[in-house]
Design a protein around this ligand. Structure first.
Ligand code: GLC
Length: 456
């Protein structure tokens, strides 16, 4: 095997990315952190002190807007169209001439991210199609020399910063346009040229736009980490941007893992971020109407929060940069929910309780947040809590609620029949110490049983 080449399958395994389909409702469930199997893949290395320092804001930010925007947005059949439809380069290049984002498109994105309660953004500077949405000296296949005659990355960076958003840049190493993008796998001279080109573009992005908070690599094809000279790449990035955080998709270890279309906590204190589409497409697809509901997005945020991970939610704007109306509606509704309930997500520590089935949980210190997604009406019950409850209140309206507690359940009563909040109602349960729930079946078995038969 070529030491610099890697199969797509191994690349995906190596990055932890998954093509696993979502369940019918698109709700991702967390599973326990991986335990290193004997002789199997090792746990990720624990974060270094410098990673802990650089990642601090990122952990607190928790929720970001991912934006796939490029020439494919005009074709409106997802971002893989060029490859999957085998479009010849000259035919595809005509989009570069026609590309013309409307003025102020990036300010609109920032407005949406803010309304949605998000705290950072990640925009595609170059996707697999190879077109650079930024000014570069290394190719004329870029938005300053072609159709728009504007530096779209600069417009985005300026708008995001002006709006108080942390700024992330997505960069695809894989390139379907560059002449060496494929042959670099088997031709050392081509690899040298292409790796120099790749490092050069990244250097420009890390030099010309002020402080960049996130570098989101993708598409580590067709080389492996050694082939990309990925550790040297990261060192260059850190020399230019000492506070940046980077993912692992250039096939170096990086700062955080990127489970894709699923929620999967990393072990060993490794930072992780679930990236997910709002419908089923990363790049705009005019016909994709499989939108997740606001409730599903809130539940996914809760699932990430309870395992101390981030949630990066993707939208593909239309060719002129307009966000699809459905995306605006859904993200804004989640944002309204976060105005009331944000503390339960943004300040969450690792959380253990998980019953009953109509609710999920997050925790901050001794406070347990019970997120009721299917409101049962009148009362809610929490089984097996092993911690004494001191008080409880509704996040919406902040009014105290009545409860009783015995060995088997916390019973919250006197609640309205109709869910007080939408799409999820959160009850803050303040406990004497860190709340834990017994998952031991013995507790259920010990619960007093009824009698059978008729007493005379
Ligand atoms: C998938 C898609 C790619 C997209 C990425 C985002 O790998 O194939 O186009 O950019 O997800 O994580």
């Amino acid at each position: 095997m070529d030491p610099f080449n890697v199969s797509r399958r191994n690349m995906l395994l190596g990055t932890g990315a998954s093509l696993a389909a979502l369940g019918a409702r698109g709700i991702a469930q967390t599973v326990a952190p991986p335990v290193a199997p004997a002789g199997g893949r090792a746990l990720p290395p624990p974060p270094t002190p410098d990673q802990i320092r650089r990642l601090q804001w990122w952990h607190e930010a928790k929720y970001g807007l991912f934006i796939h925007y490029g020439l494919y947005s005009m074709r409106a059949r997802q971002e893989w169209a060029m490859e999957k439809e085998a479009i010849p380069i000259p035919e595809y290049e005509k989009y570069a001439k026609q590309f013309n984002p409307k003025p102020g498109f990036a300010r609109e994105w920032v407005k949406l991210a803010k309304a949605g309660g998000m705290r950072y953004m990640v925009m595609t500077a170059k996707h697999h199609e190879g077109f650079c949405n930024f000014d570069t000296k290394l190719t004329d296949y870029n938005s300053v020399q072609q159709g728009p005659k504007r530096d779209l990355v600069r417009e985005y960076v300026d708008a995001a910063r002006a709006g108080g958003m942390r700024v992330g840049i997505y960069y695809s190493l894989m390139d379907w346009h560059h002449p060496d993008g494929a042959i670099c796998a088997n031709d050392e001279a081509a690899r040298r040229r292409f790796v120099d080109y790749t490092h050069g573009l990244i250097r420009e992005l890390m030099t010309n736009y002020g402080k960049i908070d996130i570098l989101w690599y993708d598409g580590g094809m067709p080389l492996n980490g050694a082939g990309w000279e990925a550790e040297r790449m990261n060192k260059m990035v850190l020399d230019l941007q000492p506070d940046i955080v980077m993912n692992n998709r250039n096939l170096a270890v990086g700062d955080f893992s990127t489970p894709e279309q699923r929620i999967l906590a990393s072990g060993n204190g490794r930072a992780w971020e679930s990236c997910m589409t709002l419908n089923e497409s990363w790049g705009y697809d005019a016909e994709d109407d499989e939108w997740k509901s606001p409730r599903t997005i809130v539940r996914n945020l809760i699932s990430c929060g309870r395992d101390v991970g981030n949630y990066l939610l993707n939208v593909g704007p239309k060719g002129d940069g307009t966000m699809p109306e459905e995306a605006v509606r859904i993200i804004t509704e989640v944002g309204r929910w976060l105005e009331t309930n944000g503390d339960s997500i943004f300040k969450s520590d690792k959380c253990q309780p998980w019953r009953p089935s109509y609710a999920t949980f997050t925790r901050t210190g001794n406070t347990l947040y019970m997120h009721v997604h299917y409101w049962p009406g009148g009362d809610v019950s929490l089984s097996g809590l092993q911690t004494k409850v001191l008080s409880a209140y509704m996040m919406k309206g902040k009014q105290a609620v009545k409860f009783t507690q015995d060995d088997y359940r916390v019973h919250i009563t006197g609640l309205p029949m109709k869910a007080p909040d939408t799409p999820v109602t959160t009850i803050a349960i303040e406990c004497e110490s860190v709340p834990t729930q017994s998952l031991d079946p013995e507790l259920r078995l010990a619960k007093p049983r009824g009698k059978v038969g008729i007493e005379i």
